[in-house]
Design a protein around this ligand. Structure first.
Ligand SMILES: [Zn+2]
Length: 436
């Protein structure tokens, strides 16, 4: 752990640099303390030292704490006092304190640096115990302790934690996760939520989502650490519960902030609604060989996920696959085809074509996928059967929409036009690819 002393600690203020310079001289004299008697700081009454430390900002103190082992100890003692904690660990997380919220998040970034630097020489276990014992006393940082809408404590906690553990290796990160689980009771709370029926505990589901997203996942967006934390959250549970938990973490929300469990089943959602969920799947299975997230597991999770709480509306499933990309789409369609579900695959492909037309994706992507699925079938009879099903699905969906229009479902008129246009575009591209 001691080798971290050599790392860069980011920008320092002029005042902090001066302090450091001064203190380096003090530290030099301390190193000769064996012959020179007590150091300058040792000679100071503790009250005077505290008056000096009182003048420093959190960031300055974090720099000062790195001057020598002795100074680190002084700073650690100082910030362990109730007086300092009452003054410095601010808790303006609620919307009434709105103008301060950005400052609060920044303040927690500085606190993360301070704790990172002044606990540098302690073993990881002791560092975490010391830090979490302090911060677990803040009710807004704990799961299900604060129900004030718009509370930003989890965001501040996430920024604090990221700053604190940036650069830590995987073993140390495992310790952080275990410590966090003990302090927040995360595993027991997660189990209580994912084993219940979806949507019966909406506020608990939302608390779990906010905590995991703000504290562990979102601060590391698009970084390998995000995959690490997501794996820690999912790994303890069976595959069905993993799918359930993924929906809680990344599923679409209703305007009121509650998870849209029924929305995915009952109606086609807006194009952006499933983006986060698709991104999480792509992220998890981006490098399966590294983390044990295999293709068969991916197929099973996607199948479970898109059947929670009941099988999704086909347009949502089609859009979700499209957003997940080529690998996931091909795996799902090809696996279904191999299991003999040709009608289901054909109808799903028609919806993918429809979504391509609606959302403006290039039709050549679907043509390519259809060609790949075509090759999954080994005999010419099976291949003909597949194409026949595909064309029949076009006719069947057209007929269904026409019947719906006849029943005065006026909004389906536009759907029919889109379907006809998508059909024309798909067949144009398909024939062009075959004939050239
Ligand atoms: Zn709160």
């Amino acid at each position: 752990m001691g080798k971290r002393i050599c790392r860069s600690y980011g920008q320092q203020t002029h005042k902090a640099r001066l302090l450091k310079k001064q203190s380096v001289r003090t530290a030099t004299s301390l190193s000769h303390g064996g012959t020179g008697g007590p150091s300058f700081f040792q000679r100071l009454p503790v009250e005077v030292l505290h008056i000096i430390l009182d003048q420093l900002s959190v960031l300055e103190m974090s720099v000062f704490s790195m001057v020598s082992k002795e100074i680190t100890k002084y700073v650690l003692d100082y910030i362990s006092s109730q007086k300092w904690r009452n003054k410095t660990i601010i808790q303006s997380f609620h919307p009434s304190a709105c103008p301060e919220q950005k400052c609060t998040v920044e303040h927690y970034r500085h606190l993360g640096l301070l704790y990172k630097r002044c606990t540098l020489l302690l073993p990881t276990k002791d560092r975490l115990k010391l830090i979490f014992s302090k911060f677990s006393q803040i009710p807004c940082f704990m799961l299900e302790q604060c129900l004030v809408p718009g509370c930003t404590a989890f965001v501040s906690f996430g920024v604090f934690l990221k700053t604190l553990i940036a650069g830590w290796d995987e073993l140390e990160s495992h310790r952080v996760f275990n410590c966090l689980c003990v302090v927040t009771n995360l595993m027991q709370k997660t189990e209580g939520i994912i084993t219940a029926k979806p949507g019966v505990q909406p506020h608990r589901e939302l608390q779990l989502r906010l905590f995991c997203r703000c504290v562990l996942l979102d601060p590391w967006a698009n970084q390998p650490e995000c995959q690490f934390w997501l794996t820690q959250l999912l790994k303890p549970w069976p595959m069905v519960s993993q799918a359930h938990l993924l929906f809680i973490l990344y599923g679409p929300l209703q305007p009121g902030g509650i998870l849209g469990w029924q929305d995915v089943v009952e109606r086609a959602l807006t194009p952006g609604s499933l983006w986060s969920l698709a991104e999480a799947i792509s992220f998890l299975f981006g490098k399966p060989e590294l983390k044990g997230w295999t293709t068969p597991l991916m197929f099973s999770i996607v199948m479970e996920l898109t059947a929670v709480p009941e099988p999704w509306h086909l347009e949502n499933l089609a859009r979700f696959l499209l957003l997940c990309g080529n690998h996931v789409s091909y795996t799902v369609l090809a696996s279904k085809a191999l299991f003999g579900h040709v009608s289901e695959v054909s109808r799903l492909i028609i919806y993918i074509i429809l979504v391509c037309e609606k959302d403006g994706y290039h039709m050549s992507w679907v043509v390519n996928i259809v060609q790949q699925i075509f090759k999954v079938f080994s005999t010419s009879t099976e291949r003909f059967f597949f194409i026949q099903h595909l064309e029949n699905s076009f006719s069947q969906l057209t007929r269904e929409i026409c019947e719906s229009i006849a029943e005065n479902q006026a909004e389906d008129r536009e759907m029919l036009f889109i379907l006809l246009e998508s059909s024309a575009r798909f067949h144009t591209k398909f024939l062009h690819t075959l004939l050239k």
